[in-house]
Design a protein around this ligand. Structure first.
Ligand code: GUN
Length: 282
């Protein structure tokens, strides 16, 4: 069994991005800019947002940080997005999810101009992914594909099983694996006899949000296992995969932490730098 080192793979992608961001600055006289909008004080969001801002610094992307109070109105948030959509020095906009319940998340995501949608959550980008058009891809799924490719194994023709059907991870991940010519199955909380599906997976993506949910008996010998879980319990981070039992079966496995997480942040920066160039060149 080999560990897929998300930190190391991230570091090498970030090295390329440092060069790209510097090229942008030289050519256009300003840094690539990413606006990071956080509402309220969700503890997990605090950590994610901090990591995203630190990664901007590392790569040479200017971050514009907005920490709005929990009580901010939907209208105020929409007005901020309008301003960021119009700002010449902003190439990417990210609104950290989840948002407080009085704010309509769908409405907020729809307001971000698709060209600056660093997360790839806008319907235009989601639709582009579905149709195979050039589009911004959601960061976690894009990172997952990079991690799988880093093994050197081919994806085409493999049975890929994605457990989880969220708009952020499961659905787009399935579309990206399909684009790589895998045979893709999406499983979810209503799937009956889940293990009968996961046991057939050459590539297994666990994105259920339940601590150590996938156990060794559910995994095929030699499978590539990607653990998207970020389950916090008494200050410790756990994946959706039971590492101890699954690592005995898998050929490759991502650890938590240090697997998918760092790649997600790196793909966010990649999306932002690419958006910046695309906006200038088109
Ligand atoms: N919340 C959990 N994951 C994500 C993500 O990838 N992007 C944003 N904006 N919010 C999230």
């Amino acid at each position: 069994m080999k560990i897929i080192d998300g930190k190391a793979i991230s570091a090498s992608v970030r090295k390329t991005l440092i060069g790209r961001a510097a090229d942008f600055e030289k050519k256009y006289g300003r840094k690539v800019g990413l606006s990071v909008v956080k509402v309220g004080a969700n503890p997990a969001s605090e950590v994610y947002v901090r990591n995203k801002i630190l990664a901007c610094e590392e790569v040479g992307v200017k971050s514009f940080s907005y920490n709005l109070p929990e009580e901010v109105s939907e209208r105020e948030l929409l007005e901020l997005i309008d301003a960021l959509n119009d700002a010449d020095d902003v190439d990417g906009i990210l609104v950290q999810l989840p948002l407080p319940s009085h704010i309509n998340e769908k409405k907020i995501l729809a307001r971000i101009t698709p060209e600056k949608d660093a997360d790839g959550f806008h319907a235009v980008n989601a639709g582009g992914l579905m149709l195979g058009l050039p589009c911004t891809k959601p960061c976690t799924p894009a990172g997952i594909i990079e991690l799988i490719k880093s093994t050197g194994e081919t994806i085409a023709g493999k049975n890929a099983v994605v457990v989880g059907r969220s708009n952020i991870v499961g659905k787009p991940c399935a579309m990206l694996l399909l684009a790589e010519n895998a045979t893709v199955t999406i499983c979810h909380s209503k799937t009956s006899d889940l293990a009968s599906f996961t046991r057939r997976a050459d590539i297994l993506v666990a994105a259920v949000g339940i601590k150590q949910f996938v156990t060794g008996d559910m995994v095929k010998d030699g499978a590539i296992v990607i653990d998207v879980g970020m389950n916090r319990n008494e200050g410790k981070l756990y994946g959706d995969v039971d590492f101890a039992s699954v690592s005995k079966k898998a050929s490759y496995i991502t650890p938590v932490p240090g697997g998918v997480g760092p790649m997600t942040v790196t793909m966010l920066l990649k999306n932002t730098v690419e958006s910046a160039f695309r906006c200038k060149e088109n």
